[in-house]
Design a protein around this ligand. Structure first.
Ligand SMILES: [Cu+2]
Length: 226
């Protein structure tokens, strides 16, 4: 998800900046108080003598408040971003129930009312590009964990429970989902393809699947003589 790489780059940038300031200040003083440095004999600390700082703790106060400001605003900003990610589940986009089993993935597409639409796939998840995809992850047997690393989305698949999460793909390309919970012999091969389609192509595909699902159920009812 976009926001996670944003958080990553802000932390990396600020960390590098703080590191550069600290190491730069250290090198500056190391030179200043060295034999060849600018400080004269009286200023230079003697071996075994405690350094005497000037400014009555001004430097200490300044560095403490600066670090407090940086750390507190980072915490607030990260927390706000994560709240946004958490609060985004629900009312928009498409809903898919992801069901793990030993050893593969079933996908049940839900309609706008959150009910089964009759469209199901195994081993391949198709989603539209630039659209929020809400996942309801569950399991048919043992603990699994559904994750698409390239899209920064992951959720536990636990029998009898539903984990809700969402993602939004910004490029129409193919990804791979893996299982991230050791679940038995076939665990390492427990993958699913994730096909991100242009919206129109997705809608065509979905309509087609809907139609054939309806034909199937009509056929079943006829065959059962109802
Ligand atoms: Cu698994």
């Amino acid at each position: 998800m976009q926001v996670f790489s944003e958080i990553y780059w802000v932390f990396l940038g600020l960390g590098t900046l703080v590191g550069a300031v600290v190491i730069g200040y250290m090198l500056k003083n190391a030179y200043k108080y060295s034999d060849r440095g600018g400080a004269d004999e009286k200023e230079r600390p003697k071996l075994g003598e405690m350094p005497t700082g000037g400014g009555k703790g001004k430097k200490l106060f300044l560095s403490l408040s600066l670090s407090a400001i940086i750390v507190i605003s980072l915490i607030a900003w990260t927390y706000g971003t994560l709240l946004f990610v958490e609060g985004q589940t629900g009312d928009q986009g498409v809903d898919v129930e992801v069901e793990g089993y030993q050893f593969g993935w079933n996908f049940h597409y839900l309609n706008d009312d959150g009910e089964y639409s009759g469209v199901n796939t195994t081993g391949t998840l198709r989603v539209p590009v630039d659209t929020q995809v809400n996942l309801q992850i569950t399991s048919d047997d043992v603990f699994h964990n559904f994750g698409i690393p390239a899209l920064s989305v992951k959720g536990d698949a636990i029998p009898g429970e539903t984990t809700e999460t969402w993602f939004k793909a910004t490029e129409a390309k193919n990804y791979t989902a893996h299982c991230y919970e050791l679940c038995g012999q076939g665990h390492s091969y427990m993958e699913a393809g994730v096909i991100v389609m242009e919206e129109e192509a997705y809608n065509d595909w979905y309509a087609e699947q809907r139609a054939s699902a309806e034909n199937d159920s009509a056929g079943n009812i006829a065959a059962a003589g109802v």
